[in-house]
Ligand binder design. Structure first.
Ligand code: ADP
Ligand code: MG
Ligand code: MG
Length: 207
């Protein structure tokens, strides 16, 4: 089922935020190996603030909810991820403006636009060993299967493959770029974080 009404969107957002809280230690450990070790902590703090404020949005439209997420993550996540997610969510919100009940095609367009905004702000592309290595294949696959059952499963699987591939490449963006070849063997923490929230969204929407 595609979440169109506020209550369904809020339930899916809750699931994604709870998953980020649950994976805090693993994400922080990953970022500790190839970055400054704050990613899990930062995302969990943002997720807690989302959980604290989301209940007011049960009858809001999709664009308002995404704007709330953008503003909350901008304030409480910090770091590179906070700025990039805030920009992506704001762009995704604009894509859904004026759509009372978004359908699968609208969500797919929102994911594609948000991902593009992240790539523009971060000046990064596929293969740079960033969250985009999960997001770009996910957005592309969702667009290719939009409206089919299992579209989100296929998108998640594409994000998994893209994330796994980051373990084999040296970084060109973000802190891990300082490590160069030494990052090889560890997947990008930001891409792993995408798998966490995307996986939770998939489970919430399937259940
Ligand atoms: P930092 O602590 O370095 O400010 P975070 O820990 O919040 O950053 O996030 C690190 C993640 O952000 C990386 O694993 C990567 O996925 C993503 N990232 C870093 N730089 C960029 C960029 N220029 N474009 C897209 N994503 C990026
Ligand atoms: Mg970090
Ligand atoms: Mg940091």
């Amino acid at each position: 089922p595609v979440p169109g009404d506020g209550a369904a969107i809020v339930a899916a957002v809750r699931a994604a935020a709870q998953a980020l809280v649950a994976e805090e230690a693993r994400l922080t450990d990953l970022d500790g190996r190839v970055g400054d070790g704050d990613l899990g902590l930062n995302l969990a703090r943002g997720a807690c603030d989302v959980l604290a404020g989301i209940d007011a949005y049960g009858s809001a439209n999709a664009a308002s909810i995404l704007r709330f997420l953008s503003a909350t993550l901008r304030k409480s996540v910090g770091g590179t991820s906070g700025a990039l997610y805030a920009a992506g969510l704001l762009r995704a919100a604009r894509e859904l403006d004026g759509i009372e009940t978004p359908a699968a095609r609208d969500w797919s367009a929102a994911l594609a636009s948000g991902t593009k905004a992240i790539a523009t702000l971060g000046d990064a592309r596929l293969g740079d060993r960033t969250m985009l290595d999960a997001l770009l294949p996910a957005a592309e696959t969702l667009a290719a299967h939009v409206g089919e059952s299992g579209a989100l499963d296929a998108a998640l699987e594409a994000a998994r493959r893209g994330t796994a591939a980051t373990a084999a490449i040296a970084s060109r963006r973000g802190r891990s770029s300082y490590l160069g070849e030494r990052a090889i063997g560890t997947p990008d923490p930001g891409a792993e974080a995408v798998l966490v929230w995307l996986g939770a969204l998939r489970d919430a929407l399937a259940g």
